[in-house]
Design a protein around this ligand. Sequence first.
Ligand code: NAP
Length: 245
Amino acid sequence: MTGISGKAVAVAGASSGIGEATALHLAERGARLVLGARRAERLSGLVERIEKAGGEAVAVTMDVRRREDVVRLVATAQERFGRLDVLFSNAGSMAVSPFDELRVEDWESMVDVNVKGVLNGIAAALPVFRAQGAGHFVHTASTAAYKVVPNQAVYAATKTAVKVLTEGLRQEAGPNLRVTLVSPGFTNTEGIGKGGSPETAAALVAQRDAIAMPPEAIARAVAFAVEQPETVDVGEIVVRPTAQG
Ligand SMILES: NC(=O)c1ccc[n+]([C@@H]2O[C@H](COP(=O)([O-])OP(=O)(O)OC[C@H]3O[C@@H](n4cnc5c(N)ncnc54)[C@H](OP(=O)(O)O)[C@@H]3O)[C@@H](O)[C@H]2O)c1
């Protein structure tokens, strides 16, 4: 299957921000969506919007930290649409803080969601993609995977891990699977400033409000990777606001 229309796409982290914008964009272009996240009411609202616009979507309440939940996300695509063409592992936590604050629970949660969540996606979808002889992993990293700045070391480490895992997966994927890393810079979402140290969060929110790009910028980047011919693999896309240094 080529292009976007008709593809079954599962999005982990679809209830807001980049995941929501990408789901809407791909649905507009004819993809069939499985929408995963923890906030069930946000997901059902999104399903409603997609269906009202003539698209197809189903919600799965899930937590990427639980392997069985991610397996359920993938299985829902198979049950509802007969296959899974794309897994967009986008769920993430940006609970950033200075080391001195020792917010160890935030560190653990970023490792669990950002790194283990992506690994759970690989474990759930890889056997399905192998059996189909086709499939596309799209993972959300960050410009933090390219440039570490103070107060963001743990977050940057998790996103660097996502970048490395994605490249390793690409090398092992073989000729039939595709693997794409999408790295956003400052994007205008509710995830910025959520959790972490209040001072760091406030600084990030101020920066977001000054320079961030809309999440649709990342949705278009994901669509670009998905719509390529099956033998073309877009490995990495970095998209940042022009004002970001
Ligand atoms: N905004 C930026 O500037 C920026 C820049 C670079 C990278 N990113 C990355 O982009 C991705 C999306 O973030 P965003 O900016 O769009 O923020 P967001 O609006 O907060 O979106 C985060 C999404 O992840 C989901 N999520 C979080 N923890 C989860 C869990 N344990 N299980 C399942 N879903 C979970 C959230 O849904 P629930 O809360 O409903 O579970 C939500 O749908 C993240 O990986 C983030 O690190 C963002």
